[in-house]
Design a protein around this ligand. Sequence first.
Ligand code: GUN
Length: 279
Amino acid sequence: MAQLIDGRKWAAVSRAETAQSVAMLVQKGITPGLAVILVGDNPASESYVRGKEKAAREVGITSQLIRLPVETTETELLHWIDLLNRDPLCHGILVQLPLPDHIAAERVIEAISPAKDVDGFHTQNIGALSVGLPAIVPCTPLGVMKLLAYESVPIAGAHAVIIGRSNIVGKPMASLLLAQSATVTICHSKTHDLASITRQADILVAAVGRPKMVTGDMIKPGAVVIDVGINRTDEGLVGDVDFASASTVAAAITPVPRGVGPMTIAMLLHNTVTAALRT
Ligand code: GUN
């Protein structure tokens, strides 16, 4: 049976480190401030945003939730971002995605000051990450790297296979693993014979958003399996990995829930403190 990678435990360790950095900053007269903008009333977004706010407060970050109605125009949203960009008490800005269809997410993200872009979604941060310059790194892939580090998983020379090519997870995940000298393969919906590639993975990261699509027969014995999926199904929250079959083959595996999810929030707090430190 695979060893369980306990994201909830490691997220608590990471939040404790962040709380120490916050205390140091507060002594210098800087209280890190996070602004979260939620447009509309998507229930999943509501729940994520509440989790982010609570976690921020617990480490001493001032968190401000700006709730805007679903009919908010792009111009109005850009106006809010402009205000926050210029607010010296606000160090981090997060616009919860998805946005309503009439708002272009890419224009909104580009309007956020890169120094306050605690999601790491701005092209300036993505570009900096991909060339190895200091960057704010997207929370979920950063959380995966932290988990691998806490669990002492060797990365240099390992074959890391990522399923999913999103801007939020797959692509930055590839940059981070490559920066630590993994051999990286990105698979996606057009990949031929997916299983033949995933079976070569020493580290397998599933970030596709399809419940239980990665089964035990797709995993190399002894691999480390990281499940980024959060799928709401009739049986509750399930990952992209079929835990029952995967855990009989893998050496170590993250569960869903209590795997990568808590690390994502912990990394948002980490990024907010990083942004505040640079002011
Ligand atoms: N919606 C789902 N995940 C995320 C995230 O990491 N950041 C933002 N802003 N929205 C999300």
